[in-house]
Design a protein around this ligand. Structure first.
Ligand code: BTN
Length: 338
């Protein structure tokens, strides 16, 4: 089920919320809202009542108007749209109550010709998937399941460092928004204090040596509790809320994240990201100089990670003394296999 089924009314909600948010906690008169929306003051009041039913609270003061006091804790499409008001280019957003996988949903929408870029979010995934066909635990618990869809028209080789670049931007956003120190574990894990807080899954459809459809999927443990994860994940996982010492404003965070990733994608396509990539990589790479174990199919090697090359491959000085580059593989910190 779409969390904002009625396009027209959803638009009205976005405009109301945008106006109330931009007043910075001041009152906005009912008359101003009515004029802006081209509806009566009674209709404005009815819209606010409806929003109250969705978890918002407003304070109404005679002769002053309304002000926004509280926003819902769960994903709210119109609120995210309202926060995203100042973005550079149009972007369609779709918040679902539940889906099999936001990546699959994005792929289906791409196949039917939906204009790009668009973002699919869900409160819950029934078949969330991670790398190597693993399941991604996706309960409706305040965590984030998001997929960004694009049609880049580039050659597949250009995608080599795409996931790392997007991951670095997720790290920066988390660092700035939550005052945390996230790190990237090559190739796709976001860690905080050594525990996994998120993972990325990029999927592409290639036709005649051109990337036609591109989906960047992100699972991020935001407001859930690590204790609610399956037993095998509990010890090695964390959530942003636990690391930050309190829940995040999910909708505000999601809007900031979407804005950042939209910009990151544009920089990537314009080729205008290499210098920033290098400095962000220095800041967020958690493997450099550390002993690692790499599993590639049936082969397991030990060594020390020394960085990545221009193509995003991991460079490892093996214990045998040889240096090798890895395009893919499962990396564990330390000399033991997890
Ligand atoms: C991993 O660490 O293995 C990657 C996990 C990626 C999970 C996200 S959740 C949103 C999107 N939809 C999916 O089915 N997977 C990705």
């Amino acid at each position: 089920m779409n969390l904002s089924p009625n396009g027209g009314l959803a638009r009205t909600e976005v405009l109301i919320l945008r106006e109330l948010l931009s007043s910075d906690g001041d009152y906005v008169s009912g008359q101003k809202l009515a004029k802006l929306l081209g509806i009566s003051r009674v209709a404005v009041w009815a819209q606010l009542q409806k929003l109250e039913g969705q978890g918002f609270t407003f304070e109404a003061a005679r002769s002053h108007g309304y002000r926004l006091m509280q926003t819902p804790a769960g994903l709210h499409e119109a609120l995210i749209e309202a926060y995203l008001a100042k973005r550079r280019r149009p972007l369609h957003l779709c918040c679902l109550e539940r889906t099999d996988s936001t990546n699959s949903e994005a792929e289906r929408r791409l196949a039917t010709g939906e204009p790009v870029p668009f973002v699919v979010l869900a409160r819950e995934q029934t078949h969330g998937r991670g790398r190597r066909g693993r399941p991604w635990h996706s309960a409706a618990n305040g965590n984030l399941y998001l997929s960004f869809a694009f049609r880049p028209q580039i050659v597949p080789a250009q995608l080599q460092d795409f996931t790392l670049w997007m991951g670095l931007n997720v790290c920066e956003l988390v660092a700035n928004f939550c005052r945390l120190k996230p790190g990237l574990k090559w190739p796709n894990d976001l860690l905080i204090e050594g525990r996994k807080a998120g993972g990325m899954l990029t999927e592409a459809r290639v036709d005649a040596d051109q990337v036609r459809d591109l989906v960047f999927g992100l699972g991020l443990n935001v407001n859930g509790r690590a204790a609610d994860l399956p037993p095998e994940l509990r010890r090695s996982a964390t959530t942003l809320a636990e690391a930050a010492g309190g829940p995040l404003d999910l909708n505000k965070f999601v809007a900031a994240l979407i804005g950042r990733l939209d910009l990151a994608y544009a920089q990537f396509i314009e080729g205008d990201y290499r210098d920033t990539f290098a400095s962000l990589w220095k800041r967020h790479d958690i493997l450099r100089g550390r002993p690692v174990t790499i599993i590639q199919g049936v082969r397991t090697v030990h060594g020390t990670a020394t960085g990545i090359d221009d193509e995003g491959s991991l460079i490892v000085r093996l214990d045998t003394g040889r240096t090798e580059r890895f395009r893919a593989g499962e990396v564990t910190l330390g000399k033991e296999v997890a």
